[in-house]
Design a binder for this molecule. Structure first.
Ligand SMILES: Cc1ncc(C[n+]2csc(CCOP(=O)(O)OP(=O)(O)O)c2C)c(N)n1
Ligand SMILES: CC(=O)[C@@H](O)[C@H](O)COP(=O)(O)O
Ligand SMILES: [Mg+2]
Length: 607
């Protein structure tokens, strides 16, 4: 590790000889395998960009020249080369290194958002700003072939193709998102990958007559007005440096097409046909096998969807390049012609689902809660306006944990709560997940949404009985507090009720199940208590609890409501339980907030 330890800033790279660069690449791979297997993270993607990142930092002068990493999951090597090796022991842990670029960590980092397909737009804007300042700073956007399937990237390419600003687009083409990249673009890139090597393309660009018979370097990009250099061997540092140096002087936007291999240098990743160990938990580094495997909410959804698929031939499934992470793979195996992977294209996924519904199908769009944010208009105007029966299954809802602020799925219940005709359920356990999924696909006149966390499953929580669609989980004699728990927080709510009961309080606990729109029966239940407390793992403002307070106000039920939820903040990366506790959404926090509210109820109204 001597060479890696000697690199504290990119300038240190430029004094290394070629042989040392190869040795450094080996040290970086060893370091990544050893540390990321111990912490979890994006091992496969980062093993694929070792040489590419070394070459980038040798040719471009970060932070004067700006490097923008699309999605940012492949920025570990960049972090190692910019002085953050010592932080990797705490990767993606509370107070530790972020798994994505972080402006507070380094001046070399720019974009923290882990949502794909944004880098080219940032680059376009940065280049415009530098052009206005008369600066000759270069802007380099590193984008994967998967991220290039996102529509936003093509909006940016359309603009870049018409300008003469010095933007370098480094296309990190490993042929995969998680799975092999899909769509017509994948075919085009595959054709380009099969072309001769980089030197041939340079000769072509220089117009050497013997090359004139070859096709133009890239109809894909050239046709848009962008330069194209490549394909380049993405693991040959000298070739990469030559291409980047040519790109740096190109004078207008140019794509450098780099061919890389995801997971290179770690056999379990290189041989993993699923997703080249794209995003891993803690692994046994020697074998590449997970240290622990547990049954999660995703498994419960996956199994029930397969069962539904056998009963309902109209049910089809859709993913935005995340077939396995969202649990759709078993459905795809059993019903290969009824599952669609549209690439990293959530907006297209939603509107295409509206089309499928108009065609008589019932699409189930499986997507991480945070990634649906970018398709809000499509849910609102393409699905709900037309009252189309599309079911959205939002995995990673609530606090996800290690992936940090742009991954927490905390906005859905507030954002989707304003969509007319949309119904949203928050199951509390596997049993209610199965039940509510079936209820959702039976809805024929509008969108339905289910949301559940990135978590292992606990035991099912039985209901005493159901009233107005709401499950009563606890119902003491002469209750004084109504505790409304949303989804997975039912366990914490019941534990809080136990703590309050030990202090003599009598707490009714209910699970609304379908939380948007607000079940009217909650007004009747509230009227029987002297305090209502709502708890949800979604943003508090405009969330479920706020809507319940509005219901009570609209129906004249004058019972105080305490709304507990996530703050309107970007929450850091940390353990999920730790973050929920910090936000007062564990049993102790719920009990304390309830006692505090009780203490503020004027005694005149005390029963
Ligand atoms: C909008 C959005 N959808 C989905 C994801 C999940 N995701 C993270 S990385 C990734 C694959 C990225 O593939 P690529 O851009 O080719 O990068 P590679 O991992 O191959 O280096 C996906 C789908 C995301 N980050 N953002
Ligand atoms: C970068 C990205 O968006 C995904 O790779 C994400 O990190 C996966 O999250 P999970 O590990 O929770 O599936
Ligand atoms: Mg890729």
């Amino acid at each position: 590790m001597a060479l890696l330890k000697s690199i504290t800033e990119p300038a240190d790279l430029r004094r290394l000889a070629a042989a040392q660069l190869t040795e450094l690449a080996g040290e970086i791979r060893d370091f990544l395998i050893r540390t990321v297997c111990g912490t979890g993270g994006h091992l496969g993607p980062n093993l694929g960009v070792v040489e590419l990142t070394i070459a980038l930092h040798r040719v471009f002068g970060s932070p004067f020249d700006r490097l923008v990493f699309d999605t940012g999951h492949q920025s570990y090597v960049h972090k190692l080369l910019t002085g953050r090796r010592s932080g990797f022991a705490g990767l993606r842990q509370a107070g530790g290194l972020s798994g994505y670029p972080s402006r507070t960590e380094s001046v070399h980092d720019l974009v923290e958002n882990s949502h794909a397909s944004t880098a080219l737009s940032y680059a376009d804007g940065l280049a415009k700003a530098y052009a206005l300042d008369g600066s000759d700073r270069r802007v380099v956007a590193v984008i994967g072939d998967g991220a290039l399937t996102g529509g936003l990237a093509w909006e940016a390419l359309n603009n870049l193709g018409a300008c003469d600003r010095p933007v370098v687009v480094v296309l990190n083409d490993n042929g995969r998102s998680y799975e092999p990249t899909v769509g017509g673009l994948a075919g085009q890139l595959a054709a380009l990958r099969r072309r001769s090597g980089y030197a041939d393309v340079l000769a072509l660009l220089e117009g050497a007559p013997e090359r004139s018979a070859a096709p133009t370097p890239s109809e894909l990009f050239g046709g848009l007005g962008l330069g194209y250099l490549g394909p380049v061997d993405g693991h040959d540092i000298a070739a990469l440096e030559a291409a980047f140096a040519a790109a740096r002087e190109y004078g207008r936007p140019v794509v450098v097409h780099c061919l890389t291999r995801k997971g290179l240098g770690y056999r379990p990743a290189e041989t993993d046909d699923a997703d080249r160990l794209h995003s891993i938990g803690v692994l046994d580094a020697a074998t590449g096998t997970p240290v622990k495997s547990e049954r999660t909410w995703t498994h419960a959804f996956s199994d029930e969807l397969v069962a539904l698929g056998s009963e309902r031939p109209d049910v089809v499934a859709m993913s935005a390049a995340m077939l396995r992470p969202t649990g759709l793979h078993p459905f795809a195996v059993k019903f290969p012609d009824r599952v669609y992977d549209v690439g990293i294209a959530e907006q297209h996924a939603v509107t295409s689902a509206a089309g499928l519904a108009m065609g008589g199908k019932h699409p189930v769009v499986a997507i991480y809660a945070t990634f649906l944010n970018r398709a809000f208009d499509q849910v609102l105007m393409d699905v709900a306006l037309h009252r189309q029966p599309v079911t959205f299954v939002l995995d990673r809802a609530g606090v996800t944990g290690p992936d940090g602020p742009s991954h927490h799925g905390m906005w859905d219940m507030a954002a989707l709560g304003v969509v007319p005709g949309l119904r949203l359920a928050a199951p509390r356990d596997a049993g209610t997940l199965r039940e509510e999924l079936r209820e959702a696909v039976d809805v024929t006149d509008g969108p339905t949404v289910l949301r559940f966390p990135k978590a292992s499953l606990s035991d099912d929580i039985p209901a005493l009985h159901r009233v107005g669609g709401v499950d009563l989980l606890r119902r003491p004699e002469r209750p004084d507090i109504l505790l409304v728990s949303v989804g997975v927080l039912a366990g914490a709510a019941l534990a809080a009720a136990d703590e309050l009961a030990a202090l003599g309080h009598r707490v009714t606990v209910v699970d609304p199940r379908w939380v948007r729109p607000t079940p009217p029966v909650l007004a009747d239940l509230a009227a029987e208590h002297r305090l209502v407390v709502t708890v949800e793992d979604g943003v508090r403002d405009g969330g479920v609890g706020a809507a319940i307070a509005t219901l009570l106000a609209d129906t004249g039920v004058e019972v105080p409501v305490t709304v507990l939820g996530l703050p309107r903040e970007f929450l850091p990366h940390a353990g999920r339980g730790d973050l929920l506790g910090r936000c007062g959404l564990d049993a102790a926090g719920i009990a304390a907030a309830t006692l505090d509210s009780l203490g503020r109820i004027p005694t005149a109204t005390t029963a």
